[in-house]
Design a protein around this ligand. Structure first.
Ligand SMILES: [Zn+2]
Length: 145
């Protein structure tokens, strides 16, 4: 029976719910952090993308708005939130301890596999690009995913 109800508009992720689940599951000993979408800067093509950031001064997490898309799985967005929460708990360094904690996220492997396959889609380019994003030296308070 077509036409009875309008088709839903492209579904987008409810960031608060995703962040609340990450907090509840892994970081309930800490107060919840504000987690918000970052500003969308319209660029058709990028060479790199900062999927998430944690601001140590304000204790706020920003998630790149390109992840607010129906073809991005919720577990991947949660893996970015989880990563930024770890910066809150462990500090800015991606050291051995940080990586050990990172592997405790339930969908860690799935998330790594997903970004390996979909980074070009997020960048909006088909060109070959360098996958890894170097750590910023000048701005250590901002975390790269
Ligand atoms: Zn990081």
């Amino acid at each position: 029976m077509p036409g009875l109800f309008p088709l839903p508009v492209a579904t987008h992720h409810h960031l608060e719910s995703l962040a609340a689940e990450v907090h509840r599951t892994y970081f309930h000993k800490y107060p919840p952090l504000p987690v918000r979408w970052g500003q969308q800067i319209s660029r058709k093509q990028r060479r790199s993308i900062r999927l998430g950031s944690y601001n140590h001064a304000t204790a706020e997490v920003r998630i790149h708005p390109s992840l607010n898309a129906p073809n991005v799985p919720a577990f991947f967005i949660q893996s970015v939130i989880y990563h930024e929460y770890l910066h809150h708990v462990l500090g800015p360094s991606h050291n051995r301890r940080f990586h050990a904690h990172e592997r405790r996220f339930r969908y860690h492997r799935e998330s790594q596999e997903w970004i390996r396959r979909n980074l070009l889609m997020l960048l909006g380019t088909r060109r070959k690009i360098v996958r890894s994003v170097p750590e910023p030296v000048a701005a250590p308070q901002m975390a790269l995913f």
